[in-house]
Design a protein around this ligand. Sequence first.
Ligand code: MN
Length: 315
Amino acid sequence: MKINKTFAGIPDEYSKFDTSKIVLIPVPYDGTSTWQKGADKGPQAFLEAAENMELYDIETDSEVYTEGIYIADPVTEKNSPKAMVDAVHNVTKKYIKKNKFVTLFGGEHSISIGSIRAFNECFDHLSVLHLDAHADLRKSYEGSPYNHACAVYEANQTTNLVQVGIRSMDRSETLVMNSENVFFAQDMATNAYWMDNVIDLLTDTVFITFDLDVFDPSIMSSTGTPEPGGLLWYETLEFLKKVFENKNVVGFDIVELCPNSKNKAADFLAAKLYYKMLSYKFSNPSESDDFGDDYNQIIDSPFTKLSKFKDDDNF
Ligand SMILES: [Mn+2]
């Protein structure tokens, strides 16, 4: 894919690297998807839809693009799933270290193995909030641990993983699933407190990995493996807003847009979702300027691994 334009057609002055707080990394990758192919076309469709989006957010009374949104070079490594994950990991870490608010747009969900690994190396006590129809907890699938069906296996081992919207999984995944941290769609439908329950399980520092198939197929059909019974628009926004208000969200990725040329509404939904998440992040006065500070605090300490959840202070 080739990107000649700024995000959503914003003026050049808001798209320069040095002055942008936000970095968007497109990852047009679809190496391992198993049913409908086309997630590699997701970033292009997302960017095209974004160009037709109005940039004033009514709800937050803000124009978040003025914080600056820089589009990084797309990650195009395709030699192997592992090489792609390594490339995503490296570029994500590079931009985190430059104190940017790093966001990624896939591509299929295996890209998140790289993004989560980078955030987990750079932030202590990381929670990964995983919105998805699928558990994605397989250790390997079709011979590779870098398959989309394995997207959060590593996160489940190394971070505080909280899974939301799950409604499809393999029996084998029940063996590794941390069931106390899982919100099945069928239970959410009858639990008026699920949003607060999720927030209670998150540490303060949160990375969101958002598989678009968590949405109901009635509003998001352009995805590789749609599942009935998903989230709708306003409940999703209400939930995300709560997360951004209550936690320090340090970055996010959105994956699995598999565009359909006959239904652009789904592409537009993805663009709007991305912009909403930025609007929530930067309209929260207590958070708007300090994401970089959080990173600076840990530059001085060695990145900690695995043992990080031994102290319970953040729960
Ligand atoms: Mn999924």
